[in-house]
Design a protein around this ligand. Sequence first.
Ligand code: SAM
Length: 361
Amino acid sequence: MSKTVIPLRELRGSLRIPAANTAQAAGPLADTRARALHDLRISVTDRCNFRCTYCMPRDVFDADYEFLPHAEILTFEEIVRMARIFHGHGTRKIRLTGGEPLLRRNIDRLVAMLREALPGVDLTLTTNGSALKAQAKALRAAGLDRITVSLDSLDETTFRAMNDADFPVARVLEGIDAAADAGLAPIKVNMVVKRGVNDHQVVDMARHFRGSGHIVRYIEFMDVGSTNGWRMDDVIPSAEIVRRIAAQFPLVPADANYPGEVAGRWRYVDGGGEIGVISSVTEAFCSTCTRARLSTDGHLYTCLFAQRGYDLKTMLRSGAGDAAISEAVAGIWQGRGDRYSEIRTAETARSRKVEMSFIGG
Ligand code: SAM
């Protein structure tokens, strides 16, 4: 039986690392569209205990699926070394992700190592919340600043069908409570909205989290990877989401917290807090994208929709010094011209792209 599996090894076929413009590398790094290298997302595992239908569909990520062997996964020491190098290029925000980052053993130790190495960096993590109740305190004690929890529905049947692991809503809500108690605030709650699947939950999610201090962020269903059967018809534009919520709870637009913030912010008029909308499909924000992604096996991707990355792990493991790796990162970033969401078509949506679980959401 043929499946639509794209072997990661093929997609990982590495790009040649361009030479850095060293004159320019001495100052703050800028890509070909003058975007800085402000954020780094680090995927600490390609495994997840959920099989969200839009991310790791079970018919592809099944018992036969070959996840990365342990030896190919960056060690904590290698991750910290890379983080320091990126910090040297102006990176000030680091998000740990995956796969499911809380499945990585002793993840709090990595948080502590990053915190010690880079005391001023904004350190955060995205999780499905399944193990958060047990780990929230340790993560906070290790120095994590904030957390984002994914939750696509409050309706039990819908949520269990979407995570395809029969995981209950209540356990994620307990995780969110534990994170709040531990001081990992403000908590962001990510909801990927898919037409006809969970869009009936848009207003319910707003109602539930209003007044809690947590910020629901509605994400347009995206054509990441090549396995989730993306169709434009399944996307609910953020404008429609805002309209639906505002009809119940009036909203006004709020200013971005900083240039390049992913989510558009909307504030409840009655003071009930705010929501965010992430409109990668209908309102591309490539022009302000300052994010790089380090895959579980140490490849650098300059776009969420990339087809290939740059192999930095080989450099790390073949004795290259920090200066050489730093120069490689500079060359890659200076050559970056990605603007996938601006040029998306039905054709590009079908192209072979790296899976999100591999390079991190
Ligand atoms: N396992 C963690 C989690 O569930 O949050 C971290 C990894 S997950 C890939 C990161 C984020 O990407 C989640 O909020 C998830 O909902 C989102 N995501 C995954 N596939 C997506 C897609 N096709 N469109 C939009 N968002 C997606």
